[in-house]
Ligand binder design. Structure first.
Ligand code: HSE
Length: 344
């Protein structure tokens, strides 16, 4: 049976969960998917690196005491990220380090080094896709490898692949979405009477929020996702400055109450549309939606995106947009896509 050797770059919630799935669910996956996965290397800024060409002992990594590092584990190496990524014996690199909303680094370099050294890449990181999708996709093509990133938007809920696959040819003219679970959760909790501050703390406890939650409530997380979707769905490369962005910090309890009295809800909406001259306009901001709007009923940390299309009118998909298992599944769906491409 076909096997893929995987190197994990970043060992936080997402890649840790992928490692768990690979460790525990291998038999079912082999039967269902027709291939196996073996982790041959892991690197993390805080923990260090391990490399084992015959397979890393995942249980040793997953059972590490809080505060300890990989030092002392079999296969421990002192390597820079670049040395690790270029030399680790792997077919595919799973990149799940933090997202830098300013320029996507160092994740852009991680992906570039992997592709340059002939490895396919799957990532949940919005940075490399928002800032360098074009370059990195071209590089993957030149090297005969693959670059997949379903989890950059709406975690494992298939948005990018839905547009590129089943909706191909439908004529997508734009999209509007609830693309940040944290802010949607916060708005819902404010409707239930909580202060914005208390709701932010709850969202952090649930683990929806970014390391720095200002990216969630200030709109820059959604801006990156709009940049990703504009490129993937509309074929246009937007800079951060092209997307007028406002977050939910200005939404007060009074505004929420007034909206409910009028059977409306505040939602943080990311949108981009191509006008008849071909110009794409994009924005992120709080919008007041009527209760019968398709995005008005999207609750808690759920995300949804409506594709505006030529032949089907509006098509909406809703599903998880964050969460460790949901985001690790996005990587698995990328691995499945890479396998399918390899078999063609
Ligand atoms: N912090 C993000 C959210 C996680 O709340 O949607 C997924 O990008």
């Amino acid at each position: 049976m076909k096997n893929y050797d995987i190197a994990l770059v970043g060992f936080g919630n997402v890649n840790r969960t992928l490692a768990q799935i690979i460790g525990e669910d291998q038999e079912r996956m082999a039967a269902e998917l027709g291939f196996t996965l073996r982790v041959t290397g892991v690197i993390d800024l805080r923990l260090g690196a391990v490399i084992a060409p015959t397979g890393v002992d995942l249980s040793a990594l997953l059972e590490l005491e809080p505060g300890s590092t990989f030092a002392g584990l079999e296969g421990f190496r002192e390597l820079s990220n670049e040395e690790f990524i270029r030399t680790v014996p792997a077919d595919i690199v799973a990149e799940a380090t933090y997202t830098n909303p300013a320029d996507g680094e160092p994740a852009v370099s991680h992906v570039r080094w992997a592709l340059e050294s002939g490895k396919s890449v799957c990532t949940t990181n919005k940075g490399p896709v928002a800032f360098a999708a074009e370059e990195l996709t071209r590089l993957a093509g030149e090297r005969g490898v693959h670059f997949e990133f379903e989890g950059a938007v709406m975690s494992g809920t298939p948005v990018i692949r839905l547009a590129a696959g089943p909706l191909k040819g439908v004529g997508i003219t734009g999209f509007s979405g609830i693309l940040n679970g944290t802010s949607n959760y916060i708005l819902g909790r404010m409707e239930a009477g909580l202060s914005q501050m208390a709701a932010i703390e709850e969202a952090q406890d649930y683990g929806y929020a970014e390391a720095d939650p200002t990216a969630d409530i200030g709109g820059s997380d959604v801006r990156l996702k709009v940049m990703v979707l504009a490129h993937e769905l509309l074929g246009v490369r937007l800079a951060s400055s092209d997307v007028a962005t406002e977050g939910i910090t200005g939404i007060t309890a009074e505004m929420i109450e007034q909206a409910r009295a009028e059977s409306k809800r505040w939602k943080l909406i990311g949108t981009a549309r191509r006008d008849t001259d071909g110009v794409v306009t994009a924005s992120v901001g709080p919008r007041l939606l009527d209760d019968d709007h398709p995005l008005s009923g999207i609750r808690a940390a759920t995300n949804a995106v409506t594709f505006h299309t030529r032949y089907l009118g509006d098509v909406t998909i809703a599903g998880p947009g964050a969460g460790r298992v949901e985001t690790a599944y996005a990587l698995l769906s990328d691995l499945i896509a890479i396998d399918a491409a390899e078999r063609r």
